[in-house]
Design a protein around this ligand. Sequence first.
Ligand code: HEM
Ligand code: HEM
Length: 250
Amino acid sequence: MYAELPTDPRPRGLAGTDEAGVGVQLGQRTAIYVYEAPVRLWHWVNALLIVVLIATGFFIGRPLPSMPGEASDAFLMGYIRFAHFAAGQALVVAYLARIFWAFVGNKHSRQIFYIPFWNARWWKEVVWEAKWYLFLVPEPKKYEGHNPLAHLAMFTMFNLTLVFLILTGCALYAEGQGQGSWWFAAFGWVIDLLGPNTLWVHTLHRAAMWVMLVFAIIHIYAAIREDIMSRQSMISTMLSGERMFKDDGQ
Ligand code: HEM
Ligand code: HEM
């Protein structure tokens, strides 16, 4: 029905200039579309919500010193708790949407939800990447999606830690909503599991916050470091979706 379009015969070259400043063709630089728009949108929304949850959660557990004046005039902790609950519920909705996208999106949208546990070569490359991050090997490898170490970190943080934060957070919220609420019917079992009351749920929810905070700091460091030092693009890949390989065709 439709005639096949001829492919553009011109090479997608890497533009450059020679010593005299004249434009020259350096070779091929490949770009691969990796992170689709919903994955990128989820990334930045989720990152923002987690920052809000960490900042507000910190003060829920360690409140600010008492406010001066009439107690009924101050609602600061109320606003902080409201921001936490709203961000928490938005985070759950965003996470469910992200899981949905793993079913309908490209193969990279599924990467953070599984690890090739039985693949010895993958584990070897986890160790290789760890050495690369520690400046112990001179050359990184190239990956379309997350490198194996990042893959392992994403898998652990966003299947185990984040789900744990969601379950314990919803259980704490259920306690506030009361025993007759649907929240309690859905998440009351978490309190029973970690019980006898919500003291442990609070403590573990807070401990998981520290795990998430440490991850976020290392993750941002690694994203900037790899943007500069690795053989592929990083931060722009989470903005445009395109992964560029810096040394292709050289
Ligand atoms: C990245 C995700 C999250 C982080 C880092 C986080 C962090 C925290 C922290 C540090 C606390 C204070 C715990 C304490 O010391 O007692 C807290 C309390 C709480 N969080 Fe979260 N949270 C997260 C997600 C959620 C979610 C998804 C919900 C569910 C809506 C939620 C609901 C609550 C509730 C109800 C409390 C107790 C509030 C109170 O006792 O006044 N959190 N959170
Ligand atoms: C300035 C802040 C941030 C920057 C520049 C950034 C950058 C990036 C980059 C470049 C990637 C892709 C890495 C790769 O291709 O292997 C990525 C992935 C990811 N980042 Fe961030 N990030 C930031 C903040 C955060 C925060 C605060 C969180 C949550 C705690 C987060 C969670 C994630 C997750 C879950 C992925 C995997 C996305 C997926 O495959 O679905 N990021 N980030």
